[in-house]
Design a protein around this ligand. Structure first.
Ligand code: ATP
Length: 509
């Protein structure tokens, strides 16, 4: 997989992601989506929205506002408990998340396991049985045990808010600051991640507000409105996408961890006692959504949580193999009735469902699926970016974005800028633009134009040449295989339709 530096520079060079307010040196962990980036982002959001709302008759969507009544965040627990443990290195003056330092330490042990596996598979060749090796090899077992012990202890200490023990663990493991290389650490402290802001003009009367750190609460406070007006029967879901803000302590890794980002969340309301069943179902269903994009089953794994958030009774992440290793892409949480019950308590309003069959009221339990749109963008972008050596010895950079998500679907290219070819190509452009985002490009030699389209992920190129004016055929070129075929101009819509319709993609879910 391409390394992160190359990904960042490609994203900038080809108009996907720019640092925010770059002329002022940028703003840490805030990014802007450029001309191609916004299209890819919109397409990912659409793909999610269709899979959630269009394909499920019991899921409906809303769009709640970013600013909410401040009591929302007391009820949700974010005022008291939305903290990360931070630690400073006194020599480099760099700030870290204490839990991430420890997790990174474990990731290093994990890579030692990977090395053992690679070594052994080379030694045993075709006879190598990976799962047996993992179960029996002493070194691998020792490494695994060590990881488990560390993560268990970390989980327990964080749960008990025993920050002294987290510091002790960092000391015992001999973790050093990646910048200064020293072990000169401060104590571990809690840090609230919410951004504050003010409502109203005068500073005395202004109300202290927060920028929402998750979109979920906009769904919970609207639960009864939606259920009643939509006449929804349990089990049912409410979905929304939108911006969220977190004052992350360490915001590295490009758009993986941002201070302003977008979430795509769905809260699924179920009868108490049924949460395990639905939790399992949504885990499966979300994984299927990911796999439908064809980005390789081996690049996903579940990570079931030991340490649960204050609202959850079960939780798992879908992790994706990013350029810096397997990391959380999506969270699936069984949130119990924590949120609705607390909103009842703080608002004094009932947030209960009336079961028409049993003739009783109850507060439903909730299964949440929550994915970061920007993280999904990074997953797609990093997986897609390839540098390939061609037969003639040259190199091509290609973004093999799943076709349904590609920003521009088709480039229409007259071979030369005269002899009626541009006019013929324009006609195709005018026709296709009604279906897809297409571009017309007549600058530079055809080979360079193909490269330009490869680099921004356009799956199809249509080239018009002199023959086209006689036989009404064009050359259709495929991005991934670089295969070219001659097709009748009038068949283009049909051919593209078979590759770019949502039906064939969503059918896999
Ligand atoms: P992490 O452990 O990486 O901080 P989290 O467990 O706090 O993530 P959730 O609160 O479960 O994340 O949020 C759901 C999803 O929102 C995450 O799976 C991730 O895709 C996305 N997300 C969370 N924080 C950020 C961020 N700072 N930048 C970009 N995406 C984020």
């Amino acid at each position: 997989m391409t390394d992160l530096k190359k990904i960042i520079s490609h994203a900038k060079e080809y108009g996907f992601v720019f640092p925010s307010s770059e002329i002022y040196e940028g703003l840490n962990a805030v990014y802007d989506y450029a001309q191609n980036g916004v299209l890819l982002k919109n397409n990912i959001r659409d793909y999610w929205w269709k899979a959630m709302i269009q394909l499920n008759k019991n899921i409906i969507g809303i769009d709640a506002s970013i600013l909410m009544h401040p009591t929302t965040w007391k009820a949700s627990g974010h005022v008291d408990a939305f903290n990360d443990p931070l630690i400073d290195n006194k020599d480099s003056k760099k700030r870290y998340r204490a839990d991430v330092l420890i997790e990174d330490y474990c990731a290093k042990i994990e890579s030692k396991i990977e090395k053992e596996i690679t070594k052994a598979s080379k030694r045993f060749g075709a006879d190598f049985d990976k799962s047996e090796f993992i179960k029996t090899n002493k070194r691998v077992l020792d490494y695994r045990l060590k990881i488990n012990l560390i993560l268990n202890r970390l989980g327990k200490s964080l749960e008990k808010e025993d920050l002294k023990d987290v510091k002790l663990l960092i000391n015992e493991l001999g973790i050093v600051c990646p910048i200064s290389g020293s072990k000169n650490w401060t104590e571990v402290k809690q840090f609230n991640l919410m951004f504050g802001t003010k409502l109203g003009a005068s500073s005395e009367s202004a109300n202290e507000l927060f920028l929402r750190p998750e979109t979920a609460q906009g769904i919970f406070v609207n639960f009864l409105n939606v259920q009643k007006t939509g006449r929804m029967k349990i089990p049912f879901g409410i979905a929304q996408t939108g911006k969220a803000f977190r004052n992350e302590i360490v915001a590295r890794q490009f758009i993986f961890r941002m201070r302003e980002f977008e979430q795509m969340e769905m809260q699924f309301f179920v009868t108490p006692g049924q949460q395990k069943f639905w939790y399992k179902k949504w885990k499966e269903s979300r994984l299927k959504w990911h796999l439908s994009l064809g980005m390789g089953e081996e690049n996903y794994r579940f990570h079931d949580h030991e340490k649960l958030a204050h609202y959850a009774d079960l939780a798992s992440d879908i992790e994706f193999k990013f350029p810096f290793g397997f990391k959380e892409l999506e969270g699936i949480h069984s949130r119990t009735d924590f949120d609705l019950k607390n909103h009842e308590k703080f608002s004094g309003k009932k947030l209960q469902y009336f079961d028409p069959d049993k003739k009783e009221n109850y507060v439903p339990y909730v299964i949440e699926t929550s994915i970061g749109l920007d993280r999904m963008f990074l997953a797609v972008f990093s997986w897609s970016l390839h540098s390939e050596k061609l037969d003639d010895g040259s190199e091509r950079i290609v973004l093999k974005i799943p076709e349904i998500l590609a920003p521009i679907k088709v480039a229409i290219l007259p071979l030369i800028k005269k002899d009626g070819l541009p006019e013929y190509a324009e006609k195709i452009f005018e026709d296709l633009k009604l279906n897809y985002n297409v571009i017309y490009d007549e600058k530079d030699a055809i080979g360079r134009r193909y490269r330009r389209q490869d680099a921004q992920g356009t799956p199809f190129c249509i080239t018009v040449d002199h023959e086209s004016l006689i036989d009404n055929c064009v050359t259709l070129r495929y991005r991934d295989s670089m295969k070219q075929e001659r097709v009748e101009t009038k068949k283009i819509i049909e051919i593209l339709g078979s590759k770019l319709n949502y039906k064939s993609w969503l059918n896999k879910i």
